[in-house]
Design a protein around this ligand. Structure first.
Ligand SMILES: CC(C)(COP(=O)(O)OP(=O)(O)OC[C@H]1O[C@@H](n2cnc3c(N)ncnc32)[C@H](O)[C@@H]1OP(=O)(O)O)[C@@H](O)C(=O)NCCC(=O)NCCS
Length: 440
């Protein structure tokens, strides 16, 4: 595809120099981190979701002037369903070439690539209200979840520690060789209630969290077992935490006196492990002179209670696009049937059509079975305004929330209460969480 002398194409060997220089000119974070072509190529060896061939570039007179990277992830929707997501990263245009539609065209090409490769979902992180945020909206990405981190000053850290109290029976130690198998198992058990969680293989874990210390897909520090805490109850690993002292590891946009809890995980019901981990980390941070503590955790009651003195600080907007809505629903089918089986509605019958910014999708729910597609005429049509459908898919908002917010219109000849109950059963509320370690 060509436009104003600009060629849009896929990555070719030799582009890495131009891409690294573009990232350097466009992102302060990459400048701080020290991006160059070797670092860029190294990402492909660290993270199986980063493939150089999934870089798209805009070229002008032989020079890379624009770029977007598609990062492959499998992201959880609901309890058990992992769906392929094309993560949009590093969208950038050379400063002197901006405001000519290059960024927008690159994104449209990235969505097309997702379609060609059968990737049903695409997602990205950005700052709310930025030029990039407008660009993403222009090509159809929706505001799905407003990410927040818990942040506390040293006084607040001391109060968190005081609130921890005594929790006997838990041993806290540092990482030992081979712990990753048990940590990965703990991660999956812990993550069951969360939507948005990234699927990890043991290989991914070793490369990112043992051989080095991942802060984010593009930013790594050296692995230090002293920064990894393991909770053990009766000989069983019941929780763990990855921490970072910013004075030791350079973390973009964080002052050296900051300490980050990058991941804080405990097995279901093992609250004592969580409390003991937090207690040990607060001790460690305070003794190391940490003045500001940041915690990446799901924003649910248990974490909000433990970190009650901390504040919730905005941490970017997660936006999603659905390049292949039919495929998405096919992949969700058994998850949806499972949800229906948990409600007394499984005997009911309903044919509904969702009119979404990503096209329309018709599904029938009958005898607890969900079918897509169907020929029957729908008895319910739901029209979704922008920024509503993807929130419902991830369970960030339910149909009732969207109705209250005037985000949907429902046309039906059936009793509205029955329709709403069915949609609510199919798409219940969930807590969204994706660890920053997996962010792109
Ligand atoms: C964000 C970024 C990629 C946008 O790239 P770009 O190539 O300038 O993007 P576009 O040209 O498609 O759109 C930018 C603006 O130019 C406008 N525009 C596009 N073509 C135009 C034209 N021919 N004439 C006038 N304006 C035009 C767009 O409408 C848009 O306007 P808006 O800011 O009011 O929404 C670029 O600013 C950048 O590299 N920023 C630094 C890196 C960054 O922040 N990346 C995003 C990370 S989340």
């Amino acid at each position: 595809m060509s436009n104003l002398g600009i060629v849009f194409r896929k990555y070719r060997l030799g582009d890495e120099e131009g891409i690294a220089s573009l990232l350097h000119s466009s992102f302060e974070s990459f400048r701080e981190y020290g991006i160059n072509k070797e670092v860029w190529l190294e990402y492909g060896k660290i993270d199986s979701g980063f493939r150089p061939e999934n870089a798209l570039v805009a070229e002008c007179e032989g020079k890379v002037v624009g770029h977007v990277q598609i990062i492959c992830r499998r992201v959880k929707i609901g309890d058990n369903c992992y769906v392929d997501m094309g993560g949009i990263a590093n969208v950038s245009t050379m400063p002197e070439m901006r405001r000519r539609g290059i960024g927008t065209t690159l994104l449209m090409n990235a969505i097309e690539q997702c379609i060609n490769e059968g990737i049903p979902l695409s997602g990205l992180f950005t700052s709310y209200g930025s030029a990039a945020h407008r660009m993403y909206k222009r090509v159809g990405y929706e505001d799905t979840f407003f990410c927040k981190a818990l942040v506390g000053t040293v006084d607040e850290m001391k109060r968190v520690k005081d609130n921890c109290g005594e929790a006997g029976g838990v041993i806290i130690r540092h990482y030992e060789d081979g712990d990753e198998d048990k940590m990965l198992k703990t991660y999956f058990e812990w993550g069951k209630p969360y939507t948005g969680l990234v699927e990890r293989s043991i290989e991914y874990w070793r490369r990112k969290l043992v051989e080095r210390s991942a802060i984010h897909t593009f930013f790594y520090g050296d692995f230090d077992p002293e920064e990894v805490f393991i909770a053990v109850e009766n000989g069983e690993v019941t929780g763990y935490a990855y921490t970072t002292l910013c004075k030791k590891q350079k973390v973009p946009f964080r002052p050296p006196e900051a300490g980050i809890i990058r991941e804080l995980v405990f097995k279901p019901g093992r609250l004592k492990s969580l409390i003991s981990l937090v207690d040990a980390i607060m001790d460690f941070f305070i003794s190391e002179g940490v003045k500001l503590c940041e915690v990446a955790s799901p924003l649910e009651d248990v974490y909000l209670t433990v970190f009650k003195p901390f504040r919730q600080m905005p941490h970017g907007m997660f936006m999603t696009h659905i390049p292949l809505i039919h495929k998405l629903f096919e992949e969700l089918k058994s998850e949806l049937e499972n949800r229906i089986s948990l409600t007394p509605l499984s005997g009911g019958k309903i044919v509904m059509e969702f009119e979404t910014p990503y096209g329309s999708i018709r599904l029938s729910v009958r005898g607890g079975e969900v079918n897509i597609p169907v020929d029957e005429e729908p008895t319910v049509k739901i029209f979704f305004d922008s920024n509503s459908f993807t929130r419902m898919i991830f369970g960030v908002e339910t149909i009732s929330d969207l109705m209250t917010g005037n985000m949907v219109r429902i046309h039906t000849t059936q009793y509205i209460g029955r329709v709403v109950s069915m949609v609510q059963a199919l798409f219940p509320r969930r807590i969204w969480f994706m660890s920053p370690i997996d962010h792109w």
